[in-house]
Design a protein around this ligand. Structure first.
Ligand code: ADP
Length: 481
């Protein structure tokens, strides 16, 4: 079985969040199950710079305003089609916006181009290659399925995966004429969305199957509270909606062999984490001490509940915990965290920025990771935390609720607890969980038990890859039938 994946991000070439980890790891896990995956990505300048030399396998004289070519290359064991379209992707800044964080004004054009090429490849534009299934990730790839439906490859089964429903790719109706879709596509069951064009909406409408990245989030997005305006559509497609929890790349995230740690360790030798804790203390200018270090590795946004951390920060410190925070995002939240660090020198350390290596060290050296998200489709940092013995303290939502067992009395007695969950995303509820964690930390046997149980949890891709294989097979059977 051959799958064409289309995505705006893939680790290790280009990453702004969990999406890249998933699209980078899933092909390898599927490969181990006998499913071949090739992934189409945009040729951002930072991506093009990392590619081996190659000849184009597909060329366009004019693609959304300029010449373009597709290159087939292998990078880090991933089979890629890279869309080299300098007028769209060769620019200084991030994949979606400039250095100030403002979206590129032509994002509609950039990702329409990516999707157009995805649909062309789906219909056999590259000689010798025709995928059995097309799998689109998030709004930037979603229009692929609309192009397939309205012309290129309506009979090829397709999957639309939603990694975060908050990002939908909504644009004014004025762009429709430039998309190259037939007029009939501008309809209620097509790409039309509240009078404009909705890319994710179009993908959800056209996909043979829809997945999101945890069973709880798959339920939540069918409600007005989490549905972001798409709950009606998702309910109408409930029979085709599946929640498949993300795994992690346990080769890259392996505390026993991670070159980004100051010292490697295993569940049998947790004391060896101490060298990483010392390195974290040094890096975040924290006082040395016996108390726990709680960390945050996150986009600093309202979704992630960082304002709740800001509100509770003084109280967290008053429990005797120290905080190590790594992230970038909302300028107001960055400033508030830095102010907290200034108030609590040696107790709170903040690094503003994106630092993959430091994120590994924090998982390997901190005692717990805080994830107070208001909504969380899956969440990956708690999975890294489980694997690294960095105990998750989480809001009970989406994939966070699906991946951690709360350390209540019964779970502790049964030896199945792996973290601490709280329900309302408020400073009070967060503090209750923090206090429970502090009291568990005070008894090393209890704390180590929770760490070890987490490290035993199966957070690999294997089981979830099986679910994708089953889904792909069911779609092929539907096609055949
Ligand atoms: P989201 O995709 O919503 O941002 P996830 O938890 O699914 O959230 O994935 C976030 C990914 O990005 C994780 O791999 C996490 O380690 C990483 N990450 C987030 N912020 C930073 C940062 N400032 N530095 C390094 N890695 C980060």
């Amino acid at each position: 079985m051959e799958v064409l994946a289309v995505t705006p991000e893939i680790f290790p070439l280009i990453k702004t969040g969990g999406l890249a980890d998933v699209t980078g790891a899933l092909p390898l896990a599927l490969g181990a199950k006998g499913v071949g995956v090739r992934t189409l990505i945009p040729g951002y300048s930072s991506v093009m710079a990392k590619l081996p030399p190659s000849e184009p396998v597909l060329e366009y004289a004019a693609l959304q305003g300029g010449a373009a070519a597709v290159h087939a290359v292998e990078v880090s064991g991933l089979d890629l089609f890279v869309l080299d379209a300098p007028h769209l992707f060769d620019r200084v800044g991030g994949p979606y916006g400039d250095a100030t964080g403002a979206d590129w004004p032509d994002n509609w054009r950039r990702f329409a181009a990516l999707s157009h090429v995805g649909a062309d490849i789906a219909s056999g534009a590259i000689s010798g290659y025709r995928p059995d299934i097309v799998h689109a990730h998030d709004w930037q790839a979603a229009l692929t399925l609309a192009y397939m439906r309205y012309g290129h490859a309506p009979d090829t089964p397709s999957v639309m995966t939603v990694h975060n429903l908050a990002f939908q790719g909504q644009f004014g109706a004025g762009i429709f004429g430039s998309l190259g879709l037939p007029g009939e596509a501008m309809s209620l069951d097509g790409v039309e969305y509240y009078g404009g064009v909705g890319y994710l909406k179009a993908g959800l409408q056209a996909a043979w199957a829809i997945t999101t990245v945890s069973p709880t989030y798959a339920q939540e997005i069918r409600t007005p509270e989490f549905g972001m305006g798409l709950d009606g559509l998702l309910n109408s497609r409930a029979a085709d909606l599946h929640g498949i929890v993300n795994g992690i790349d346990t080769g890259i995230w392996d505390p026993a062999a991670d070159p980004l740690l100051a010292g490697v360790y295993s569940a049998k030798a947790l004391k060896a984490r101490t060298v990483n804790k010392r390195a974290v203390e040094e890096r975040f200018s924290l006082q040395l001490g016996g108390g726990p270090i709680f960390c945050i590795v996150s986009r600093l946004t309202w979704q992630k509940g960082i304002d709740v951390i800001v509100a509770a920060l003084d109280e967290i410190v008053s429990t005797g915990a120290r905080l190590a925070i790594l992230g970038t995002g909302d300028a107001g939240l960055e400033g508030a965290l830095l102010a907290g660090a200034a108030r609590h020198r040696g107790r709170v350390g903040v690094v503003i920025g994106y630092d993959e290596a430091l994120s590994h060290l924090m998982q390997g050296g901190c005692d717990a990771i805080l994830v107070p998200s208001r909504f969380e489709p899956c969440g990956l940092t708690q999975l890294y935390g489980l694997r690294y013995g960095c105990v998750p303290i989480l809001a009970r939502t989406g994939g966070l609720a699906d991946t951690v067992v709360d350390a209540n009395e019964a779970a502790l007695a049964a030896g199945v607890a792996t973290g601490f969950l709280f329900s309302a995303v408020t400073p009070e509820a967060l503090m209750q969980a923090v206090r429970r964690a502090m009291s568990a930390f005070a008894t090393p046997a209890v704390w180590n038990g929770i760490q070890k149980q987490g490290m035993k949890a199966d957070v690999s891709w294997s089981r979830s890859a099986d679910r994708y294989v089953d889904l792909y097979k069911s779609l092929l059977a539907r096609k055949g039938g």
